[in-house]
Design a protein around this ligand. Sequence first.
Ligand code: SAM
Ligand code: DTB
Ligand code: SF4
Length: 363
Amino acid sequence: MALRHDWTKEEILEIYNKPLMELLYEAATVHRKHHDPNTVQVSTLLSIKTGGCPEDCGYCPQAARYHTDLEGNDLMSVNQVKAQALRAKEAGSSRVCMGAAWRNVRDGEEFDNVLEMVRTINKLDMEVCCTLGMITENQAQRLAEAGLYAYNHNLDTSEEYYKEVISTRGYEDRLKTIDNVRKTNVTVCSGGIIGMGESEEDRAGMLVALATLNPQPESVPINALVAVEGTPMEEQEPVPIWDMIRMVATTRIVMPETQVRLSAGRTQMSREGQAMCFFAGANSIFAGDKLLTTPNPDVAEDMEMFKMLGLNPQKAFAKKSKPESVEAENSRFTSKGEKPKWTRPDHTIDRNLQAHQKAKTKA
Ligand code: SAM
Ligand code: DTB
Ligand code: SF4
């Protein structure tokens, strides 16, 4: 059956709110039709540039304006990245996702170094993903040429609720970056966070925005908010596991071919809870004792869980062949020195302002 790209919020809400056993059965049926239910992708996160970010994302410990006890660092070296990627490969990961606390990518030495990191990991026969903030079409092409497999750029929530979370950029900037990535052969990874105080309508709204993209994203991370002290969301209650299961199942039903990633928040989840998420169609996780800056379950414990559930890690390039990687000296693209016009709506978000004020008083 052809994939649907015309999902409505009402339809998605109806799925999300089905009696749980119906929802699980339907999601598991879709899952089995499109994927091997015993294979789960294992991806390792690597924070190549931590903290000091100029944005005001209300959930993020890396935003400079909040006080979060975070030790920031400058861009890692290519050698450091290679060593970490090798460790991840030995631990069973087929993908490395490099994250940088940037608003957007700027052409120059640092971006050239990131391109070299992409080439280096590609040569290790691993899938390489980057999440570097907003990028232009030219930057997406340069990443593709270096051998990037995926670009992560989350929509995070519905367009309506986005305005309650971030004031330093707009939803349209996110969509534009995703579109820039889509113009290349790099796959799109885009998802969001639940537990930020959003309504069920907002959760459904985010899934509409993702599922109506054509093509749909190849991977969709579903994060449960990690409420970090100092951020505007420090007092958010943990997401009930049932919400996570419903969100995963609904994502699976509306995006049947996508890899659905059980992302941040797994340290709070029991094995039984995670098992239900896998049954509901999650087929990817982040492994490694750290996400970007916050804790994640132990690799050994995750592997024990895989054994217990009879799950096998997915091999690299199982879904799409390895991209070619062109050396810097043979590149067909040069920096265009563009100054893209990303928006800066700068509306007021009370809880973000309060957290910023509190951080200033503490300093
Ligand atoms: N700066 C880039 C950007 O914003 O696109 C890339 C890194 S950013 C940390 C990547 C994603 O991590 C965010 O879009 C958000 O979905 C997720 N994230 C950040 N902080 C989180 C938290 N406390 N809990 C759950 N997810 C979080
Ligand atoms: C995604 O959706 N989740 C990851 C990855 N993509 C970049 C990041 C989660 C970050 C959780 C908070 C932290 O560790 O800083
Ligand atoms: Fe910066 Fe990304 Fe964190 Fe927002 S989510 S503050 S852009 S690192």
